[in-house]
Write a protein that binds this ligand. Structure first.
Ligand code: C5P
Length: 310
């Protein structure tokens, strides 16, 4: 008798930047208490999950040949976590990652792949599982994984995994400057701890003004308020970022910020046309590997061209 194999499922998942990233104290569990405003961008990865007698992960695009494809890959850990959750040991699943999100770039690309894998597998296995239940599994995989499930714009607290959606009225237009090499997130947090022990670098304030600017939809108001406590640490480890940040503003952006733990820099522009012009000018400035234009907010991980589940 023929076994009926379900067709592969492809999921598109956004990257994120942090419009506001306030880093609090180091906790006993090694994480820092955060108050952050996540913003999901149209720079995406596509993740296909399929039943296979040759389980594993394959990677194309950004990070091809660099991203580990073994048991440490966060997408594979997502397969195992969901399989354990629903009692399916030794899942026969192949995951293909088509990456547009820079690797180790501060845009949560690995987290996005994990979130997409959860959504894809839930559809492939036709699980009766809601997004909130998936978010519980996601939070154990990494601090940024739940946000990639929901997308939009959200306030994240705890280590970033506790989310409340924030009203964001209009699309905002961004240019991203991708660096030659990634930065390790733990080392950027450690560098911030070191800078704070050595002195007292200024801390960004409350997220409330950013939330108000998002509701107004005015990019000029938002531009004045972008802030990231990790920026000083990322610049300390990668001093060239100072030049990149300056070049984006010189190219006509309203403001620039290091995205998360970096090294990607995100530049807010006055509109879609302005973003194209800023990108062209920044690409010629010789301060980064490549540039991308993106807009936000966009939805979280979604099945492409099929019925939506969950
Ligand atoms: O949660 P995730 O595995 O993505 O975090 C990667 C690393 O980033 C952690 O091991 C920790 O060093 C650092 N981190 C932190 N505080 C957070 C989130 C991440 O110190 N709130």
């Amino acid at each position: 008798m023929l076994a009926v194999v379900p067709p592969p499922v492809t999921v598109r998942v956004p990257s994120k930047i942090n419009l506001h990233l306030a880093v609090g104290d180091l906790r006993d569990d090694g994480y820092h208490e955060l108050a952050t405003v996540f913003h999901a961008l149209s720079l995406t990865d596509e993740v296909t999950v399929a039943t296979s007698d040759d389980p594993g992960v394959e990677v194309y695009g950004e990070g091809e040949g660099v991203v580990p494809t073994g048991a440490n890959n966060l997408a594979w850990r997502a397969v195992q976590a969901l399989a354990a959750h629903v009692g399916r040991p030794e899942p026969k699943i192949r995951v293909a990652l088509r990456k547009g999100i820079p690797v180790a770039g501060g845009m949560a690309g690995g987290s996005a792949d994990a979130a997409a894998t959860l959504v894809g597998l839930a559809a492939l296995w036709r699980l009766e599982i809601g997004r909130d239940e998936l978010a519980g599994i996601a939070a154990k995989l990494g601090s940024d994984v739940p946000f990639a499930l929901y997308g939009g714009t959200a306030l994240g607290t705890g280590r970033g995994e506790r989310l409340v959606q924030v009203l964001s009225r209009h699309p905002f237009h961004w240019v991203l400057a991708l660096d030659q090499k990634g930065l390790s997130t733990p080392s950027v947090f450690r560098e911030l701890d070191r800078l704070r022990e050595a002195g007292d670098p200024p801390r960004i304030g409350s997220h409330t003004p950013v939330v108000e600017a998002l509701a107004s939809g005015d990019p000029r108001q938002l531009a004045l308020l972008l802030g990231n406590d990790l920026q000083a640490a990322a610049v300390s480890l990668r001093p060239g970022l100072r030049r990149t940040l300056r070049a984006g503003v010189d190219a006509g952006a309203l403001a620039g910020t290091v995205s998360g733990s970096g090294p990607t820099c995100a530049f807010l522009c006055d509109g879609a046309q302005s973003a194209v012009e800023v990108a062209a000018s920044l690409a010629g400035a010789g301060v980064c590997r490549t540039v991308r234009v993106a807009h936000g907010p966009v939805p979280g991980a979604r099945v492409v061209g099929g019925e939506e589940s969950p």
